[in-house]
Design a protein around this ligand. Structure first.
Ligand SMILES: NC(=O)c1ccc[n+]([C@@H]2O[C@H](COP(=O)([O-])OP(=O)(O)OC[C@H]3O[C@@H](n4cnc5c(N)ncnc54)[C@H](OP(=O)(O)O)[C@@H]3O)[C@@H](O)[C@H]2O)c1
Length: 280
């Protein structure tokens, strides 16, 4: 496959170019994970999302090498788990991620969840240092609400290019999105098909039928059409192609509004971690 990551639609944030579509790998392990990463890259995906907590970085790295795509053409994200947020622990955790992946550096290193037990400036300082030390080309955060985004920007000496949060048609993340945009950050939607639920949604299916697309494709299109990065996960090869075929149609304004109306307060699928339920 000769496509480079620049041929996949991307968002720009503080100099980073993040492909709008990536493969999520939570819960994919071993051979299945390696196969899905390899197949996704063969199909043209140029963005892979993993985390030290997923226990699959080695398998992701094997998939990268098996695909034979140039390392420079793939945007690789991983995340540091909050138990490694102390300045004394953070650099080793980052080094271990890169080592397990079998790469020299990652394109994006995120703080996986806020950890109120460790001062944020300490962790953000450690994150900036691993970037300066060359382990990460870009840095960012995940599961940060508006107040935490502001606090992280106050603490950082390097641009934070991304906030990765739960986002799908059932969850209104407009406040977090506005805060990201204010700081020039990309927002990445995790669980972008609501962990499969959007695939069975009647409203999304009806809208999709008008475009000869599935409900899951409508869920993903709804997000990328707002320049929100999506990282759907699948363990099924056929769905890789389905989830990637979202750049050849557009939703009309009325359809976007109808999908927005599916969101309600409290529709979060992933519970807040580390004792931080105060989202907004
Ligand atoms: N930063 C964080 O705290 C955080 C938290 C959660 C997730 N994430 C990241 O975001 C990624 C995606 O989120 P997610 O895994 O929670 O959920 P998701 O991508 O919204 O949904 C995955 C589920 O949807 C099914 N699915 C995939 N494609 C489908 C399609 N076209 N039609 C119908 N069903 C489909 C999959 O089943 P099959 O395998 O059977 O296809 C799987 O059960 C994760 O893998 C991970 O990389 C990050």
């Amino acid at each position: 496959m000769s496509a480079s990551k620049d041929q996949v639609p991307a968002v720009s944030a503080h100099g980073a170019r993040i492909p709008l579509l990536g493969l999520g790998t939570w819960d994919l392990r071993g051979r299945v994970c390696t196969d899905m990463v390899e197949k996704a890259l063969d199909l043209g995906y140029r963005h892979i999302d993993t985390a030290e907590m997923y226990d699959n970085e080695q398998a992701v790295g094997e998939g990268l090498r098996a695909a034979g795509v140039s390392r420079e053409d793939v945007f690789l994200t991983t995340k540091i788990w909050p138990s490694h947020f102390a300045a004394a622990d953070f650099p080793r955790a980052a080094r271990d991620c890169v080592k397990r992946l079998g790469v020299n550096d990652v394109d994006l290193l995120l703080l996986h969840w806020p950890n109120p037990q460790i001062p944020l400036p300490e962790t953000v300082g450690a994150l900036c240092k691993v970037k300066r030390d060359g382990l990460a080309r870009n840095i960012g955060v995940s599961n940060f609400n508006v107040a935490l985004i502001e606090a992280a920007w106050k603490a950082t000496t390097e641009p934070l290019v991304c906030n990765q949060v739960e986002c799908h048609p059932y969850l209104d993340q407009s406040k977090v999105l506005a805060a990201c945009r204010q700081h020039g950050m990309a927002m990445t939607a995790y669980s972008p098909i609501a962990q499969g639920r959007a695939g069975g949604d009647n409203v999304l299916a009806r809208i999709g039928a008008a475009h000869e697309k599935s409900a899951a494709q409508v869920s993903l299109r709804f997000l990328v059409q707002q320049n929100i990065v999506v990282i759907p996960r699948t363990s099924k090869a056929a769905r890789l192609a389905e989830n990637a075929a979202i750049f050849d149609f557009s939703l009309k304004d009325g359809e976007m509004a109808e999908i927005s109306a599916l969101s309600r307060a409290g529709r979060r699928l992933i519970p807040a971690g580390f004792g931080r339920p105060d989202w907004d």
